[in-house]
Structure formats: structure tokens, C-alpha cells
Write a protein that binds this ligand. Structure first.
Ligand code: MSP
Length: 627
């Protein structure tokens, strides 16, 4: 019988409206580190991540790019896969909510809930935030704005389908209180219980196709698609075979951890449990909400233009140090401020100094004085025995911290142990002793190297590449448990290995400049001449149906009438733009945007969220050249 423990961890599935940043990378690295710790313990491990591909946000991003939503998703998903590959992420499956099997299971579940009377039809009006893809009640808004996005939501009233979430309110409160580990950390649990003090409404789980096309069609009404969160949350079960491969599902469910950011607590801790209860799926063991990575005290986001790209960081510092920093620096559950200065300070102190120098020192001493052969240890004294005793309990202590979800403390425990090996080296001074007593020095070097090996073994889930290169250079006994003492084989050769973590020379802060000039890519006079700018008068304008941002304009260019598609509907209504004398690029190759031909491009000025058209000051006939 297989009595290996199973371990199942998930990340949120990420929206494909943008490329991943360090915040998304964090949750994914966290899940990866946990999975690797469990695989190292020989647990049967499953790690699921993926992408959330339906909904208004994705539809709008595709519209803005002028391509079909599926094509947009197929393009964007590549960025996630590329990032995760470069970050050495070892997910067992990558789920996309546009996969057929996922859509089919979501429909099957909806049909069952509909037949059981858990879903009903009704008219509803509410404040909808597209950023969150959810309705807010008036009470939940802050100064009339969405608390996450600080934007005024749209008031929408329409006929829709509702899941009877409200009837599970008492059950949910009870469940959370009886299962203290269900929502972690504690303050998030209290936040959810606080939220549940107010009456819990039913959940609107449909969107009419007239407003949103990009979603899973409701099996019982083809004029509607499924609300994106109802579809997305189900990935946690469809991704391990629910409704398809029951054996696999039973093996890994209930999940040990749903890892999420603090921004999606309500959907995961209220919507999801009530959905599971209605469907008849047992609850996951823990939903853990971590804090945010901040840049200058603000959440990283595209609109604030303060995003750190994981790939840029990897290019500069290497993948293992990025993983190490993120795990080491964030106290789980709280927010953390990201600065490159913190990054390099931590790297130089712990990786270059404590860890890298030790690895260099012991291996170089063995190479120089023992012809690269690991010396046999002889009699040990108090200093050795102290170190060996700490080493023997190290993995238990580290794993205990991991079980308690204190990853930064677990890392701290390992680094403190590495420091104690350095201290042992300082006290025993093998580089001096070797001149007079080669046998005792051999014992010191064996013990220091074996202690380093054990510490490295425990850092492997966090820094797999570097640690593998170190462990590969050491002669090890594979038959022994890698967390026990004495795995390093004396009498065998150490291979050469590169210095692990070269010091980073901190960049000096540049002296403050009086006035920062914008960076300009210079082009030639001829290059400017290739763009034919002319004036044009707007004769007609209308919104392109089923898009939110696109206007179709008919303009007079002096010689002819032309049709131009422009993504400006957020900034100008068709009436506002009518009759304006604008500037267009007249010699742009025609292109189809959302199936509508565009024969040119208009010019506009944009800063932040504001956009204004370039218009002509005074009277001039259409077709006048601009230059
Ligand atoms: N698609 C939904 C989740 C559906 S899960 C069934 C979604 N996607 S998201 O792309 O917006 O990603 C959200 C997750 O990314 C957060 O919950 C968090 O895990 C991570 N982060 C995004 N920005 C972050 C920071 N600045 N800091 C840390 N993590 C954050 O919501």
C-alpha cells in the first residue's frame, strides 16, 4: 500500500490582461518552495497554477489590442509560462480556464446546481467594478469608489441568475469558527468573520451576452455566460481531475493550501466555500492570504507604473537570489516593501558572505591541503559535538516552521546554522592549524563541509540551481537520508565548482540632476518625412457594437472620405468628436480592428489616464499637411 502523504498546493490563476510582475511571481515562488519542501520529504505532491482567461477585463484588453479574446489569451499565457520557466517553477499542471475539459465541468456543475434549485433567475441592480469583476453593495464602497481600485463602479441593473449563497451564511460562520486553520493568518479570518456580520447576499453568477460575450455559456440559458469568478474558482478542482479523473481528485483533495493575496480574500473565503458546500465538495484545509509587495509603500500595479519585472531582476541578479530574497524578506501575512537596496544588502550579507564564503573556504582548503579528497573525521571535541547536535535537529526545526507557514523564519533558522559553521571555523582556524596538525584539521573540515551540505540541502527548495551545483561537486552517499548526519563521503574527491554568490557592488546613487530630460531616440529628417500627417474633419462617429473603447469615425481628408477606428470611447463620446478638425497619419497601412477596417490613425496626447485629441487651432481646409 502507498502510505506517502499527499500534498496539494494552488496559486490564484492569474488574469491574462497583463504580463506577470513580481507580486504574481511571489505567490508562484511561494507555492513552488512549499512543493519542493514536500517533494524532498517524499510526499506525493501536486502543485497547480494557471491563468484566468474569461471576463470583461480580458475582453477589454483584447479589444484594445484589436484581436479576438482567445488569440489574446494564447499570446498572453506565453508570458506567464516563460516567467515561470525562468523562475524554475515546478508546477505539475498549468490550467487555463479556456481548456475544454474545464469549461465542460463548470457547465456540468452549473446544471446540477440549477436542477437542485441552488440557482434562480431574478432582476438585480448593483455597483460593478470591472477591475475586481464583482458587484459591490453601496455600503462596501469607500466614498462611492471601489476600495481596491479607487474607481467609481458602474451601476448596472439587469436580469440575471443567482446562486443562493446567503442561505449558507450561518453554516460558514460556524465552519470558520470550528476550523481555526481554515483561513490564515488570524487577522484575515477575523476580517472574514467581520464581513459575515452583515447579511450575506446571494451571488450573481451570470452576465448577459449582450454585455459580455467572453465566458462559459450557461448550460440552461444560452443568452448568458458564467460570472468569471464562479468559473475561475472551480479551477482548483477541475485542475486535479474533478468530474474527469475521480481517482486523481480523491488522491489530492482536499487541498492543503490555497495561496492567495489579501486582495482576493472575500471571493476565496466566502464565495468559494459556499460554492463547495452547495456542490458537495469537502473544504480545503487552509486558505492562506499573504500581504502585498509594495513599491514606495504603494501596491505594485500597472496604473501606478511601479511594476518590477521578475525577468529584469533575474537578468541582473540570477534566479536563485531573486527566489531567496522574496521568501526571506516577506513576513507572511504582512506587506513588504521592495527595494533593490534591501535586495543587495540581504544578498551580500547572507548569500555572498555567510553562505558563499563558507562554501568557498571549505572546498578550497580541502583542494589545497588534501588534494581535493574529503578527509576522514577523527575524534571530536565539544565544539564539534555542539555543531553536530544542532545539525541533527536542524531539519526537524526547519520543517516545523514550514508546517506553521513561517517560511522566512525557516530560512532564518538555516542561515543562523550557516553562521554557526562560520563561527566554528573562526574558533578552530583550520587554515592555520593545517600547518601543524593535518589530522585534526581534517576532522574540522569534514565537519564544516558536512554541516554546510546539510544546510544547503535545506536551502534547495528555495535556490534549486545554485544548491544543485554545490551538492553535485560533493561526494555524497545517496543511500543515506539526505537530512541525516554523515552523508558526505570521506576519502572521495570534491569536484571543482564555481564561486556560488559573487558580491554585488552596489550602484552609487546618481547625484540629483537639476532637471531630468526625457530620453529621446533621435531620428533623421528623412524618417520624419516618411510619416504623412494631414488635417481631417470628423463627419460621423459611432461606437462599435460590443466594444467598450472603440469608435468608428468617418473623416474628410480633402480628397476623400475615410474610415478610422480609434480606441478613444473612454474619453470622447461620438457627439463630442463630431465636427472636430483633427490630425491623422494618412499613409498608414489599413488594418482590421475587431473586424472593422481602419484607414489611418488619429493623433492624441496621453498622460496617465488622460487622453486629448490633437486638434487644429483655427480654420484650415481638410487635407492640409502637418509638419
Ligand atoms: N484571476 C484572479 C484570481 C482567480 S483565483 C481563482 C486574480 N488574478 S490577478 O492576476 O489579479 O492576480 C492576483 C494575485 O496575484 C493576488 O491575489 C496575489 O496572489 C498576486 N499579486 C498581485 N499583485 C501583488 C502584489 N503587489 N504583491 C503580492 N502579490 C500580489 O485576482
Amino acid at each position: 500500500m502507498n502510505n506517502r502523504k499527499s500534498f496539494y498546493v494552488t496559486t490564484p490563476i492569474y488574469y491574462v490582461n497583463d504580463k506577470p510582475h513580481i507580486g504574481h511571481a511571489y505567490t508562484t515562488i511561494l507555492a513552488d518552495v512549499l512543493s519542493r519542501f514536500h517533494r524532498d520529504k517524499n510526499d506525493d505532491t501536486f502543485f497547480l497554477t494557471g491563468t484566468d482567461e474569461h471576463g470583461q477585463k480580458v475582453q477589454e484588453s483584447a479589444e484594445a489590442r484589436g484581436i479576438a479574446p482567445q488569440e489574446h489569451c494564447d499570446n498572453m499565457v506565453k508570458h506567464f509560462k516563460e516567467n515561470w520557466e525562468k523562475l524554475n517553477i515546478t508546477n505539475d499542471f498549468f490550467i487555463r480556464t479556456t481548456f475544454d475539459f474545464h469549461k465542460k465541468t463548470v457547465q456540468k456543475i452549473l446544471q446540477q446546481l440549477w436542477e437542485k434549485g441552488e440557482i434562480y433567475e431574478s432582476e438585480y441592480g448593483g455597483y460593478y467594478c470591472v477591475g475586481c469583476e464583482r458587484y459591490y453593495t453601496e455600503k462596501e464602497l469607500e466614498d462611492g469608489k471601489c476600495p481596491q481600485h479607487q474607481k467609481e463602479p458602474e451601476y448596472i441593473k439587469e436580469k440575471n441568475y443567482f446562486f443562493k449563497m446567503g442561505k449558507y451564511q450561518d453554516w460558514l460562520i460556524n465552519y470558520i469558527q470550528l476550523n481555526p486553520n481554515f483561513i490564515q493568518p488570524e487577522h484575515r479570518k477575523n476580517e472574514v468573520l467581520g464581513f459575515l456580520k452583515n447579511p450575506l447576499n446571494d451571488l450573481c453568477i451570470s452576465r448577459p451576452k449582450s454585455r459580455l460575450k467572453w465566458g462559459i455559456e450557461l448550460p440552461f440559458d444560452n443568452k448568458y455566460v458564467t460570472y468569471v469568478w464562479f468559473d475561475a474558482l472551480l479551477n482548483y478542482v477541475t485542475g486535479i481531475g474533478y468530474g474527469q479523473d475521480q481517482e486523481k481528485f480523491n488522491k489530492f483533495w482536499p487541498a492543503n493550501y490555497h495561496l492567495i493575496g489579501k486582495d482576493i480574500v472575500t471571493t476565496h473565503c466566502v464565495y468559494w466555500p459556499t460554492m463547495m458546500k452547495a456542490i458537495g465538495i469537502p473544504m480545503p484545509k487552509t486558505i492562506y492570504a499573504h500581504g502585498w509587495w509594495l513599491m514606495d509603500k504603494a501596491k505594485m500595479s500597472k496604473s501606478l507604473n511601479n511594476i518590477v519585472s521578475p525577468l529584469d531582476l533575474i537578468d541582473t541578479y540570477g534566479v536563485d537570489s531573486v527566489r531567496y530574497y522574496l521568501i526571506r524578506d516577506m513576513m507572511l501575512g504582512q506587506d513588504s516593501n521592495f527595494t533593490e537596496d534591501n535586495f543587495t544588502t540581504r544578498y551580500n550579507a547572507e548569500l555572498a558572505n555567510d553562505f558563499g564564503n563558507l562554501a568557498n573556504r571549505v572546498t578550497t582548503l580541502i583542494k589545497k591541503n588534501y588534494d581535493s579528497v574529503v578527509p576522514f573525521p577523527q575524534e571530536t571535541g565539544d565544539a564539534e559535538n555542539d555543531l553536530i547536535n544542532t545539525a541533527k535537529t536542524l531539519s526537524d526545526n526547519v520543517y516545523k516552521k514550514i508546517e506553521d507557514f513561517k517560511l522566512n523564519q525557516a530560512t532564518d533558522e538555516i542561515i543562523s546554522f550557516i553562521r554557526s559553521i562560520n563561527k566554528y571555523m573562526e574558533i578552530t582556524q583550520p587554515w592555520k592549524l593545517v600547518k601543524t596538525d593535518k589530522e585534526s584539521t581534517g576532522t574540522i573540515l569534514y565537519i564544516a563541509t558536512e554541516a554546510l551540505r546539510l544546510g544547503a540541502q535545506l536551502l534547495h527548495p528555495i535556490m534549486p540551481t545554485k544548491i544543485e551545483s554545490l551538492l553535485k561537486a560533493l561526494p555524497l552517499d545517496d543511500k543515506k537520508n539526505k537530512f541525516s548526519w554523515g552523508v558526505l563521503k570521506p576519502g572521495e574527491k570534491i569536484d571543482a565548482f564555481d564561486s556560488l554568490f559573487p558580491r554585488i557592488i552596489k550602484k552609487k546613487k546618481p547625484a540629483p540632476q537639476k532637471q531630468k530630460k526625457p530620453e529621446i531616440n533621435l531620428i533623421t529628417f528623412e524618417e520624419v518625412g516618411r510619416v504623412n500627417l494631414i488635417t481631417a474633419k470628423v463627419l460621423a462617429a459611432e461606437q462599435i457594437p460590443e466594444t467598450n473603447k472603440l469608435l468608428k469615425l468617418s473623416v474628410d481628408t480633402g480628397l476623400e472620405k475615410r474610415q478610422i477606428v480609434a480606441g478613444i470611447a473612454d474619453h470622447y463620446s461620438p457627439e463630442e468628436i463630431l465636427g472636430k478638425n483633427i490630425v491623422i497619419v494618412a499613409n498608414l497601412q489599413p488594418a482590421k480592428i475587431r473586424g472593422v477596417e481602419s484607414q489611418g490613425m488619429l493623433l492624441a496626447a496621453k498622460k496617465g489616464k488622460k487622453l486629448r485629441l490633437i486638434t487644429i487651432d483655427g480654420d484650415i481646409a481638410p487635407g492640409a499637411s502637418v509638419g
